[in-house]
Design a protein around this ligand. Structure first.
Ligand SMILES: Nc1ncnc2c1ncn2[C@@H]1O[C@H](COP(=O)(O)OP(=O)(O)OP(=O)(O)O)[C@@H](O)[C@H]1O
Length: 248
C-alpha cells in the first residue's frame, strides 16, 4: 500500500529485548497523519511493547523512531517533551485515585504544559462534555465505572492536544456492557481525523475504525493490509489462524 499523506511517525528496524529475549525483531512501520492504524496479533507477540517503545516508556536496542522528522533514538531525546505530542491510554486507566476527575485531567496541562488554568479548564470541560461525563468532573475515580474511568483517561490524554494517540487494549479490563461506550469515543476521534495507533482484541471495532491493519506475530510484522482485505483474505496462514481463533 502506498502512503500519500504527511508522514507523522516512521519506525525502521526497531529492536527490543528484555534480557536475552528479543521481543521486537526489526519493526518497520509508517503512520500517516489522520490515519488509524490497528495492531492485531496473538498474545505476547509484542504489541504493547511496541506502543511503549513509541512513547519512550521502554528503551530500545536497535533501529530508529522518527516523529515528524525528528529522530527519537539515543539518550539525548527529551521524552518528556515528545510525550506531550503523543497521548497514550492504557488498559488500566492509570488515574490518580486521590484526585478528582478534573484534577486528573488538568495535571498535565497545568504542571507540564504550564497552561493558563482558565483556558485549560475550559478545554477539559468541553472534552468531558463530549464524552458525556461533564457532570462527573468533581467525582473521584473510585466513584466511577470502568467505562467512565476509561473515558476520563482518554479525555486526560486529549487535553494535552496530542498529535497522535496510542491506545493499548483500552477495553480489555471492561465489562462487556461498557466496552461500547469507550469504543464509540474512539470512533468519534477517528471521524474527526485524529491520528491513532490502536492495539485491540475487538475484531469488529478493528474492522470499522482501522484504515490499516498491522498484523504482528512473534515480534515481527507479518502483514499490513486494509481491513476489508485483511478480514476477508489475509495473506498469511498465521493471520488466518489468528482470525480462526477469534472466529472472525
Ligand atoms: N517488562 C518486561 N520484562 C520482561 N519481559 C517482558 C516485559 N514486558 C513484556 N515482556 C515479554 O515480551 C513479550 C511481548 O509482550 P507484550 O506485552 O508486548 O505482548 P502483547 O502482544 O501486547 O500481548 P497481549 O496481547 O497479551 O497484551 C512477551 O513475551 C512478554 O512476556
Amino acid at each position: 500500500m502506498t502512503n500519500t499523506g504527511e508522514l507523522l511517525l516512521e519506525v525502521q528496524g526497531l529492536q527490543k529485548s528484555f534480557g536475552e529475549r528479543l521481543v521486537l525483531n526489526g519493526i518497520d512501520l509508517q503512520v500517516v497523519k489522520g490515519e488509524v492504524t490497528v495492531i492485531l496479533g496473538p498474545s505476547g507477540c509484542g504489541k504493547s511493547t511496541l506502543l511503549r517503545c513509541l512513547n519512550g516508556l521502554e528503551p530500545v536496542q536497535g533501529g530508529r523512531i522518527s516523529y515528524s522528522g525528528q529522530d527519537l533514538a539515543g539518550p539525548q531525546v527529551n521524552w518528556r517533551e515528545v510525550r506531550q505530542r503523543i497521548g497514550m491510554v492504557f488498559q488500566n486507566y492509570e488515574l490518580f485515585p486521590h484526585m478528582t476527575v478534573l484534577d486528573n485531567i488538568l495535571l498535565g496541562p497545568l504542571k507540564v504544559q504550564k497552561r493558563e488554568p482558565k483556558e485549560a479548564r475550559q478545554q477539559a470541560e468541553q472534552l468531558l462534555d463530549r464524552v458525556g461525563l461533564l457532570d462527573r468532573k468533581d467525582a473521584y475515580p473510585r466513584q466511577l465505572s470502568g467505562g467512565q474511568k476509561q473515558r476520563i483517561a482518554i479525555v486526560r490524554a486529549l487535553c494535552m492536544n496530542p498529535e497522535i494517540m496510542l491506545f493499548d487494549e483500552v477495553t480489555a479490563s471492561l465489562d462487556p456492557e461498557m466496552v461500547r461506550e469507550v469504543l464509540d469515543v474512539i470512533l468519534g476521534l477517528a471521524e474527526q481525523g485524529m491520528t491513532m495507533i490502536i492495539v485491540t482484541h475487538e475484531m469488529g471495532f478493528a474492522k470499522s475504525v482501522g484504515d490499516r491493519i498491522v498484523f504482528m506475530d512473534q515480534g515481527s510484522i507479518c502483514e499490513i493490509a486494509e481491513p476489508q482485505q485483511f478480514f476477508t483474505q489475509p495473506a498469511t496462514e498465521r493471520a488466518q489462524h489468528f482470525l480462526d481463533i477469534f472466529q472472525y
